[in-house]
Design a protein around this ligand. Structure first.
Ligand SMILES: NC(=O)c1ccc[n+]([C@@H]2O[C@H](COP(=O)([O-])OP(=O)(O)OC[C@H]3O[C@@H](n4cnc5c(N)ncnc54)[C@H](O)[C@@H]3O)[C@@H](O)[C@H]2O)c1
Length: 341
């Protein structure tokens, strides 16, 4: 009888989305088969290339039971959720439903299926209105300013209690700003509507709507807000390391994933203009409520515990990979329009 060998598998909820699809690719490359569960509410079918796919909701416990029985995942990653801060203040019920109650259904289903390790997508939004310009450590007081941030913080708390009650070991990863695209050009960011600075700046350079800058009077060197942009492949690597940490018997943790380096809105625009060789048309608006002047991670804990060191997160690499991806998308949509006409 030939010896059969099956690769370990991981359940990725939200694996058709931006960060989830890049993570699925990295797991696949590491020899762990990603089994994706996604309802495609904001995800993309074209990003599903690396393992089995199940279309459905994280609230569907029977489906999760079936997937778990068939694939026996060694752990789960929960990316699935609604992720627009502004929308969450206008439609909080959508956020509490999806990011809290449906997410708890997901946790219940994986616990019932015997899965004992989960990595969760949290956010720097849990920190709230940071006014000081120091980098943020995980033990800083939390005070979310939006329903979105509240849902992330709440799920972190749920996970702590599920750890002590059901033995569900977890790592909550608080991302700062995910950015960039797959370095091989295979995947990228395709949100609709798009709210993130770098894709909006690229779209503006390519002839889309002018980019709106919210606030030019912050107490920062050039007056615009400063954020910590982390390449999506570096974030993906953080998930692989987090799951390995748990599989090696490591304790549950909450960790920042950021670079520790901030870039202002104007610096990002300049980087896009240099990459594109085109001007980014701009219009100016007032500050938005609740936008902090600077949000920069202190990532030292993730480095110490997981050995996580961002490799692709220079602003140049982030912008060049995003640019390459958007040129492809732009070309493809021009071709589709030409065929349709
Ligand atoms: N992008 C960022 O900068 C950022 C920063 C901090 C935190 N996060 C968090 O990271 C996660 C992933 O973010 P993203 O930018 O990749 O978002 P995304 O919208 O691209 O991906 C989310 C995926 O989850 C799926 N999904 C949503 N609700 C679902 C449900 N009920 N059942 C099944 N699938 C569902 C969507 O179809 C999509 O594929 C989110 O939880 C987000 O809140 C993102």
């Amino acid at each position: 009888m030939p010896e059969t060998y099956s690769f370990p598998k991981v359940l990725i909820a939200g694996g058709a989305g931006y960060i989830g699809s890049h993570t699925a690719k990295l797991f696949y490359q590491a020899g762990i088969v990603p089994v994706v569960l996604d309802n495609l509410s904001t995800g993309n079918r074209a990003a599903l290339r690396f393992g089995p796919f199940y279309e459905g909701s994280i609230a569907d416990s029977r489906l999760i039971g079936r997937i778990s029985e068939q694939h026996q995942p060694i752990g789960a990653i929960l990316f699935a959720g609604a992720a627009y801060v502004g929308e969450s203040t206008e439609n909080p019920r959508k956020y509490f439903r999806n990011n809290v109650s449906d997410s708890i259904c997901f946790l219940d289903a994986i616990v019932d299926a015997g899965i004992r390790r989960v990595v969760f997508s949290s956010s720097c939004c849990v920190y709230g209105n940071v006014q000081e310009s120091i980098s943020i450590r995980e033990d800083r007081a939390t005070a979310p300013l939006s329903p979105y941030g509240e849902t992330k913080l709440f799920l972190e708390k749920v996970l702590r209690w599920y750890g002590s009650a059901y033995g569900l070991q977890s790592i909550c990863l608080r991302y700062f700003n995910a950015a960039g695209a797959d370095t091989e050009g295979e995947l990228g960011e395709l949100h609709d509507p798009e709210t993130h600075l770098i894709p909006l700046a690229i779209q503006a350079a390519l002839g889309g709507k002018p980019l709106r800058i919210f606030g030019t009077d912050y107490a920062t060197p050039d007056g615009t807000a400063i954020r910590d942009y982390t390449h999506v492949t570096d974030l993906a690597d953080g998930h692989l390391r987090a799951l390995k940490h748990l599989l090696d018997g490591g304790e549950s943790l909450t960790l920042n994933l950021g670079t520790g380096i901030g870039h202002s809105v104007r610096q990002v625009i300049r980087a896009v203009e240099q990459q594109a060789g085109l001007a980014v048309p701009i219009n100016y608006g007032p500050r938005r409520d609740g936008d902090a002047p600077a949000l920069v991670a202190d990532p030292s804990r993730a480095r110490e515990v997981l050995g996580w060191v961002p490799e692709y997160s220079s602003l140049e690499t982030i912008v060049s990979t995003a640019w390459r991806w958007y040129r492809e998308v732009d070309r493809a949509s021009h071709c589709a329009r030409a065929v349709a006409n």
